[in-house]
Ligand binder design. Structure first.
Ligand SMILES: Nc1ncnc2c1ncn2[C@@H]1O[C@H](COP(=O)(O)OP(=O)(O)O)[C@@H](O)[C@H]1O
Ligand SMILES: [Mg+2]
Length: 643
């Protein structure tokens, strides 16, 4: 995977992960904020609703209190003919849209009933408000429950208006009753005094809340401004009598008001049973609302019902969803933007790397002129500088190497020329020299032992022999005759060399020990040529030890079984490091003139090379030298195949 793709991917990974966290946390915070905000709002809305509810109650209180204070009513009571006030009472009830307006005597017995002028004499001392005025002599107003019996005294209309058959409601608590006959009233009662402040009677009246939508609709209008969301009222309000919806603007699916249904069991337990407010999410009729409920209490603290407001949750759900989408859109945009940025950054980073890569490839292909141009002050800039100096160094070394090889080639050409020249010279000298050797020997044989010239002649013979040896060596070296190979035992060849040499004076004080592997396979070699190599190496060793020392000879099969290794180890003076490379060169010798020609190892090298073997040397000054000759194990078939 290219480095730029890796960079882009890792950028993206970081961005996507951080954005996801940002989105999740953000949406979480905002949505919980929205919900708590909505709940706070509903809590405030419930306060406003209560104010509207109470202002209605106050209004009734004012009417009753002011009416009770009018002298018409006092005069009628003082005169003992309350009937004269009947028309006025009916008028007030009608004008002020009250459902009940009655006058009792100080003991609570009804004297005049606006709904039923002809029906009086029943006791209303059991009415909470009437009883309160009887004992405290002050006006009072409150929510109160009016039972069926009292409603029947008033009118059939009120009985019908108050009556509900319970409608089955899924999450409501179970009830034994199936209907509701009493009514929930906003009522006020006020004392009627004579001119010297004696209690003459009590005026009480109120409105029935059952199926009266004035308060809930006013709440909806004032608090929620009748706002709608997707065709539904956002804000709703309900008055419950006990747990029964008696006045509401929560709608059924068919658009009618959802009266007759009941509050959920959860709210019932909290508000009616425990008398505590309830704020939270609640399923109302057929939708989820964010709701607030609080108990409606009578003057005795008894819980008569519930006041409820709620706002449609859908709106907040949608806001939450929009928030989520907005966040996701921001995330997506962020990812896109950062992708573009990541692309440019990674290009900026990878471009110099690519330059370096292609320059390296150029160098690898052999173009040492390749350079990279990166002008940045960072590691990449440093790397490019290092690369450039590396390429320069390579180029310098390459040039030196070329020069060196050129000089080497020239040298070997020169050597070849010398070889050619010396071969020619040797060839030309061979015949006359043979004559000199033969005749000097004959002369020496025939010369009497006491001849004064004998000593000089002997010297001539020795020098002539030596010259013949040199010429032979030269001829051998240059002749490159084809080897005459047969299947041989290398151990036998080596033993032959030892027995030939150990009798010679040079070896009298040299301890030769042999450690030969008897299981060596036979191999195809030219025995006389290999013998020459061995003799050469052994004589060199004896020369290096100057006649005194140990010479260890060993043979073995190398681990691969493909080569026979012959090792010659002496305790001679060793070879200087700078000479190690030269000893195989023709005419290289460290021996005195007259002792060595420097052709032995050169010839040996050629012979071993021709046998497809190797010859190697290790040496330590003053300690000794080890030569190792490696010869391939070749069977007869293999060798004929080669030829
Ligand atoms: N076993 C050895 N110990 C030390 N030097 C050696 C040994 N064998 C060869 N040499 C060095 O290698 C040189 C070349 O050897 P060679 O080619 O046989 O020529 P020559 O024996 O005529 O000098 C020798 O002059 C000697 O310096
Ligand atoms: Mg030699």
């Amino acid at each position: 995977m290219p480095i730029s793709v890796k960079l882009i991917l890792s950028f993206l990974l970081i961005i996507v992960i951080s954005n996801l966290i940002f989105t999740i946390v953000g949406v979480q915070i905002i949505s919980s904020r929205i919900v708590s905000e909505a709940q706070e709002k509903v809590g405030r809305d419930l306060n406003s609703a209560r104010e509207i509810y109470l202002s209605k109650l106050n209004h009734i209180n004012d009417i009753v209190r002011l009416t009770a204070d009018r002298f018409y009513i006092k005069d009628a009571l003082i005169s003992g003919n309350i009937g004269t006030f009947a028309d006025e009472l009916v008028r007030v009830k009608f004008n002020e849209k009250l459902d009940i307006l009655n006058i009792t005597d100080p003991m609570g017995t009804v004297l005049l009933r606006a709904n039923n002028i002809n029906l009086a004499g029943d006791s209303q001392a059991g009415n909470e408000l009437v009883a309160a005025v009887m004992s405290k002599y002050v006006p009072i107003a409150a929510s109160t429950i009016v039972p069926l019996a009292d409603l029947q005294l008033e009118s059939q209309l009120l009985v019908d208006q108050a009556h509900f058959t319970y409608i089955y409601t899924p999450m409501a608590s179970t009830r034994r009753e199936t209907e509701q006959t009493a009514g929930l009233f906003l009522e006020a009662a006020a004392p009627i005094f004579d001119y010297s402040n004696h209690l003459l009677g009590i005026l009480y009246g109120g409105i029935l809340l059952n199926r009266n939508y004035e308060i809930v609709d006013e709440i909806k209008k004032t608090v929620f401004q009748d706002l709608q969301y997707k065709g539904q009222d956002i804000g709703t309000s309900t008055i419950f009598q006990d747990d029964l919806r008696i006045s509401t603007n929560v709608k059924n699916v068919d658009g009618s008001r959802a009266i007759g249904t009941r509050v959920s069991e959860e709210v019932f337990n909290q508000v009616i049973v425990k008398g505590q407010p309830f704020v939270g999410r609640a399923y109302v009729v057929n939708n989820w609302y964010i709701t607030a409920y609080e108990p409606i209490k009578s003057i005795n603290g008894q819980i008569d019902g519930i006041l409820y407001v709620g706002i449609l949750e859908q709106k907040y759900v949608d806001i939450r969803q929009q928030t989520l989408f907005t966040f996701l859109a921001i995330t997506l945009a962020g990812v896109l933007v950062s992708m573009v940025i990541a692309y440019y950054i990674s290009k900026k980073i990878s471009a110099p790397i690519n330059k370096l890569v292609s320059a390296s490839a150029e160098v690898a292909r052999g173009n040492l002129e390749a350079r990279v141009e990166i002008n940045s002050n960072d590691e990449l800039g440093e790397l490019s500088d290092t690369f450039n100096s590396m390429a320069s160094a390579l180029k310098g070394r390459d040039e030196k190497l070329k020069e060196f090889t050129k000089s080497k080639i020239m040298e070997s050409e020169r050597l070849a020329l010398i070889g050619q020249l010396s071969a020619n010279v040797a060839h030309e000298l061979n015949n006359p020299l043979t004559g000199i050797v033969t005749y000097s020997h004959l002369l020496l044989e025939e010369l009497p032992t006491d001849d004064p010239n004998r000593e000089s002649l002997e010297k001539i013979v020795i020098q002539a022999d030596r010259s013949r040896d040199i010429i032979r060596g030269l001829l051998d070296f240059s002749r490159q005759r084809k080897p005459d190979k047969t299947l041989c035992d290398v151990n036998a060849v080596l033993n032959g060399c030892v027995s030939l040499l150990e009798k010679q004076a040079l070896f009298h004080n040299i301890q030769i020990s042999t450690n030969l592997n008897v299981n060596l396979p036979l191999t195809i070699i030219d025995p006389s040529q290999i013998e020459r190599v061995f003799i050469n190496i052994i004589v060199n060793a004896a020369d290096a030890m100057e006649g005194y020392g140990n010479l260890d000879l060993s043979t073995r099969l190398d681990p691969s079984d493909h080569f026979i290794e012959i090792e010659f180890s002496d305790t001679g003076h060793g070879i200087k490091k700078e000479n190690l490379e030269k000893i195989f060169d023709p005419f290289f010798t460290t021996k005195d003139t007259g002792h060595g020609v420097g052709l032995g190892l050169a010839i040996s090298f050629g012979i071993i090379k021709e046998h497809k073997g190797t010859i190697s040397v290790e040496s330590e000054l003053e300690k000794g030298t080890t030569f190792i000759v490696r010869l391939p194990v070749t069977s007869e078939e293999e060798s004929t195949k080669d030829d």
